[in-house]
Structure formats: structure tokens, C-alpha cells
Design a binder for this molecule. Structure first.
Ligand code: FEO
Length: 389
């Protein structure tokens, strides 16, 4: 099966509804899509390959879409195996196929494949163009979105942007996704989040282009239910680390589901009573990457964690380490620690927060002992007041 983007640009990519983890770490409750686009012209051109797990289905889609025509060119925009995994097999299927890609991708091909592909490669760089007949491709360097070799490609006759990983989302491709932003946000912050400045400069480069469609390597062809401006604006906000919504991400890690959890839920109730939008993540049960998404989505965050071995309960350490890697910044944060004999969680959480850029630690830092007491609640109210004044 393939999907028409326009009369001459077809998505021959594959949905994998059965895969449960992406990159062996990100939950996929609704599978994953690997897109690959075929441009039918005098020269038949393919944009990227797909993960090696779905090669067979991809080839079947390709056969249906080409109607028996040869594929002359493949543009490799990104070498991560979820896209380049079927490239070597593609060169067996089409022995004369030429590869257009960046210099850095050429080096990666040597690392990933035993087959020597060098005699079929043309290296492209920023601003190079390639005519396919009535379609013309222009290449743009897009380093670190999400690897350094990445290029994006603009087809000017139909105004289509092939955006590599950018604008992608978790989940299989649906005809009418009702909430692109939810899984696109989780994808962006967890996968590309560290590279906000690079994403900003690519968005700036693309600003002058007139666009009819954005064709990402994951998720639906855009636009779906919104104008392209909607998606571009979301990306501008995310890449600049600006909060998308006023609200509080409450992230907690509780060893016995007692005091720490009670404090987190009490804070949630207090904030909700004040009409504040909240997102709550229980790090011992929920998807940690949803918590990362919420941390970046909202302008404020409250961390509640148990002490552990004179340190911090490891699920919270893992969470804060992800925020550190992903350049968490520009937010207001409050912390609550729990400790039965020698509370140590706040000290460790503070050390992370001090390392974040433009993050303010809100007073008071609250310590509870084993369980939440009525006497602790005024201190939690103080946090709520400081977070909402
Ligand atoms: Fe979809 Fe960075 O690979």
C-alpha cells in the first residue's frame, strides 16, 4: 500500500504496529511509522529507506507505486538505522541506483555496511540542486536534527519539504491523527531536545520557503487537521525551550507509595483547586519520557522524591539526568524530599537544578518524614503560593 501526497509524490513507507520500544527505550503504545517517499518523474527518485524490520513490506509498497519502473536515485537524508536499515538491500533490488547524500553520511555508510557503495554516491551540500524532470530538489544541511549528517530536501515545483526526522511523531501513521502535538512533543524533547539551537537555525533557513506539505520520516504527512503554521509554530516554541503552556509538571518518585506520593498528590489537589493546569508523572509506574515531555511543556515543575542510600531514589536520578542531557532550562522548580532518618534527596535534586540554565529554585524546600502529616500541609501551601504568585 502507498499513500498519495500529490499525484507524483507517494509515501511508500511502512507502519509497524507491533514494535513496542523505539531506539530500545521509548514506549510505543501505538507502534511506529517509517516513511519513505517516491517522486515519479523522468528520473524516479526515492527519499530514504526504512528500518530493516520492514524491508519486505516496503519493497511491496515500492513495487505497487512504481508500477514496474526502475528507481534511479535514492536520497539518504539520515543514516540512523530506522531509515538507512534497508539501503544495502535496495541497492540489490535496483543494481544501477545512485545515492545522493551528505559527506558525513558517506562516512557513516562505510561504518554501517560491509557493501562498498562509494562508486554510486554523489555528495550534496547546502544549496545544491538536482533536477528530476519537472521536479527540482534543493538540499539543506540540518545538522543534529537529529544526527550530524542530516539533510532536508525541498521540492520546489510542488513546494514539498522532506524534513527527515523533524516534525515526526511516535505512533503509526493515521489518516486523521486527532492530536499530532502529543506524540510529536514527546518525540521532539526526548530525541531532538538537546539540539534546540540547531533546530532553531534550520527553522530560520526554511522560513522563506513556500510550503504545501511537510513530509517527515515519521508520522503523518502534514498538514492534517491544522494549517502548516500550527506545526511550524510548535517547533519554534519547542526549539527555543519556551514553555508551551502555563502549568505545573508534578514529577514524583516514591519508594513505598506513601509519604512522597501523598505529598505529590496533595500538591496536585492544591494546584487544581487554584485552577492551575497540571501534568502528574509517577516515575515508578508511568512512562518517564512523558514526564520529560511535561517538564518542557509547562513553565513550572515540582519534584517530589524519596531519599535513598544517602542519595536520591534512582528513578528521580534517571529523570533529572535526562533533563540535564536534554538541556532543560528557563523554568521555575520546587522540590519536596522525604526521608525517614537522614533526608538526602533535596541535596541531590538541588545539585541538578543548580546546573540547569535559567532555572529558579522556589522556596521553601520541603522535607517530610516518612508520611505526610497535617502539619506538613502549610509548607506545601507555601510552595503552591510561590509557584502561583
Ligand atoms: Fe528517525 Fe533519527 O531517526
Amino acid at each position: 500500500m502507498y499513500e498519495k501526497v500529490t499525484e507524483t509524490i507517494l509515501n511508500v513507507g511502512v507502519n509497524d504496529p507491533d514494535i513496542v520500544l523505539f531506539e530500545n527505550q521509548y514506549d510505543l503504545p501505538e507502534g511506529m511509522a517509517y516513511n519513505s517517499y517516491l517522486i515519479l518523474d523522468d528520473t524516479v527518485c526515492l527519499m530514504d529507506s526504512v528500518d530493516a524490520d520492514v524491508t519486505e513490506e516496503w519493497f511491496a509498497n515500492l513495487d505497487a507505486a512504481t508500477g514496474g519502473r526502475n528507481v534511479d536515485i535514492v536520497v539518504i537524508q539520515h543514516m540512523e538505522p530506522d531509515h538507512s536499515g534497508s539501503l544495502a538491500l535496495l541497492t540489490e533490488k535496483y543494481p544501477d541506483i545512485k545515492i545522493y547524500t551528505s559527506q558525513m553520511a558517506v562516512n557513516m555508510m562505510k561504518q554501517f555496511f560491509d557493501t562498498d557503495l562509494s562508486d554510486r554516491i554523489t555528495v550534496v551540500k547546502e544549496g545544491d540542486t538536482l533536477s528530476l524532470g519537472s521536479h527540482t530538489l534543493t538540499f539543506y544541511a540540518a545538522p543534529m536534527i537529529h544526527w550530524p549528517e542530516v539533510i532536508m530536501t525541498y521540492e520546489s515545483s510542488e513546494k514539498v519539504l522532506f524534513s527527515a526526522d523533524a516534525f515526526g511523531k511516535f505512533g503509526v501513521r493515521e489518516a486523521e491523527p486527532d492530536d499530532w502535538a502529543c506524540e510529536a512533543r514527546r518525540y521532539f524533547f526526548n530525541i531532538v531536545g538537546k539540539y534546540g539551537p540547531q533546530a532553531q537555525s534550520v527553522l530560520k533557513k526554511l522560513e522563506g520557503l513556500e510550503l504545501s506539505h511537510i513530509c517527515s520520516l515519521h508520522g503523518p504527512v502534514l498538514p492534517q487537521n491544522e494549517s502548516l503554521e500550527f506545526y511550524l509554530n510548535k517547533y519554534k516554541t519547542w526549539a527555543a525551550y519556551e514553555p508551551e503552556d502555563a502549568g505545573v509538571a508534578i514529577i514524583y518518585a516514591s519508594i513505598h507509595d506513601q509519604g512522597t506520593k501523598q505529598a505529590a498528590l496533595a500538591l496536585a489537589e492544591m494546584l487544581e483547586k487554584k485552577g492551575v493546569k497540571i501534568g502528574v508523572t509517577n516515575l515508578t509506574e508511568d512512562d518517564i519520557h512523558e514526564g520529560v515531555e511535561d517538564a518542557f511543556r509547562y513553565d513550572r515543575m515540582i519534584l517530589c522524591a524519596s531519599s535513598y542510600d544517602a542519595d536520591l531514589f534512582p528513578p528521580m536520578t534517571k529523570f533529572l539526568n535526562i533533563l540535564k542531557i536534554k538541556a532543560y532550562q528557563k523554568r521555575k522548580v520546587a522540590i519536596v524530599e522525604n526521608g525517614t532518618w537522614a533526608p538526602s534527596a533535596a541535596r541531590v535534586m538541588k545539585s541538578y537544578i543548580e546546573g540547569f540554565k535559567d532555572v529558579t529554585l522556589v522556596d521553601p524546600v520541603v522535607t517530610i518524614r516518612s508520611t505526610l502529616k497535617e502539619a506538613d500541609k502549610p509548607k506545601l501551601e507555601e510552595i503552591v503560593a510561590a509557584m502561583t504568585d
